[in-house]
Design a protein around this ligand. Sequence first.
Ligand code: E4P
Length: 220
Amino acid sequence: MKFFLDTADVSEIRAMADIGLVDGVTTNPTLVARSGRKFVEVVREICDLVRGPVSAEVTATDFDTMMREAEVLRRISPNVAVKVPLTADGLKACRAITGDGGMVNVTLVFSAAQAILAAKAGATFVSPFVGRLDDLSHDGMALIDDIATIFANYPAIQTEILAASIRSPLHVVDAARMGAHVATMPAKVMEQMISHPLTRSGLETFLSDWAKTGQSILEG
Ligand code: E4P
């Protein structure tokens, strides 16, 4: 499973990329607004840090302007994946951009029917939003399962399932169990995945027992 970081905060990306955990990045207009920085500059910096796909979202809602925005975004770096919303114009733009050799992440997907359309439009990634469905008492993870089952019926589908709106390590584990290709998550969720109280206490015990030996590995 690939891990994408869901943020427009370059320092968060740098820290996680340094550990080797970041296969790509997803941003959205809200995350960019939160960063308080210029969109194109942020995307350029992220692309310099991460070799994998970096999703940058168009903000136009009509096909022609989406395509003009996509051109600007694709010019930043070849690893930009243009993010388009699941609308009729978004699907049309998806088809046009992937037909031209670009990567597209179709976002704001909340049903299996929408995911089928994204695949039909040749999307590189389809982003079902797990957490936002859970927030409305719908089972977000059931959607991932459904899409994975449907896509498995059609081996020709190349579209990768990108589990988005991930809120906890359990979401990541469930998405992996269901066969999602990618999970995009905030840095906080990656940190939560790393830490476990038994790892912490176990390490403390090992270190205090080791100190009693008076040895140092570096001294041979
Ligand atoms: C994905 O690409 C989106 O940016 C993101 O996962 C949305 O998450 P949220 O529902 O926590 O805002």
